[in-house]
Design a binder for this molecule. Structure first.
Ligand code: DC
Length: 228
């Protein structure tokens, strides 16, 4: 069984997907991290996100691979573990900007499909239910109000001691939503057969329970077996 989880930035996809993966004993694949690694690659080469030709030419030299070390996803870029560079706002912006190019997407989608063919996965991203795993047994569209998402991100950053501005974070989140939803190639959208989970008024435990329940129901429908 594969689970596809899509939704806008900051909806809590990775937190929830990690928990579900652990509960079900399946692999969590964070596809955003792969786009972020590609972003790091172009940035290091000094290629601007607007430089379509430069990106098209250089993408062939970017080798992104995923390994699991102590159960954690590690992203390698041309043999170097770049996982530690990926979670910054800057890497997120860059990832969103370079993810518009078909050449970049083709390369990563192929890798993602190979991973899902080899093992049961919960994969999160923007186009998982629509493009990468259209046959996934369960598709979740995880979303939340942009004000709530901004507040969560703000709390997370201030807890780490970072100084930040709530309104600016909300503007950035909305700009990224816009870019991800309006690009030509595989825009973020809800798959027709996805279940929407709006987490605006839910805490993590409630979301994990809701998604687990959906999974159990789907599994029961498919196999007649109840797993609790
Ligand atoms: O999920 P994230 O914030 O780590 O993703 C970073 C960016 O990568 C996101 O703004 C758009 C792009 N992305 C994508 O286009 N398709 C995916 N499946 C995952 C991420």
């Amino acid at each position: 069984m594969n689970i596809a989880m899509d939704g806008p930035a900051g909806a809590g996809k990775s937190t929830i997907a990690k928990r579900i993966a652990k509960e079900l004993g399946i692999i969590y694949v964070d596809t955003g991290a792969m786009y972020r690694a590609m972003g790091v690659f172009f940035h290091r080469r000094g290629i601007e996100p607007q430089d379509k030709e430069g990106i098209g030419a250089a993408v062939r030299e970017a080798d992104v691979t995923i390994r699991y070390e102590e159960g954690q996803q590690q992203v390698y870029l041309n043999g170097e573990n770049v996982t530690g560079y990926l979670r910054t706002e800057e890497a997120g912006r860059m990832a969103s900007a370079i993810s518009v190019y078909p050449a970049v997407r083709r390369k990563l989608v192929e890798l993602q499909q190979q991973m899902a063919a080899r093992q049961d996965v919960i994969m999160d991203g923007r186009d998982i239910g629509t493009v990468v795993l259209p046959q996934a047994e369960l598709k979740i569209y995880l979303t939340a109000d942009s004000g709530v998402r901004a507040r969560r991100r703000y709390d997370e950053l201030t807890a780490k001691g970072e100084i930040c501005d709530l309104e600016e974070i909300q503007r950035e989140i909305e700009a990224r939503d816009y870019q991800d939803m309006h690009r030509e190639e595989s825009p973020l959208k809800q798959a027709k057969d996805a279940v929407v989970v709006d987490t605006s008024d839910m805490d993590i435990e409630q979301v994990v329970q809701a998604v687990s329940r959906l999974y159990q129901d789907r599994r029961k429908e498919k196999t007649g077996i109840q797993t609790e």
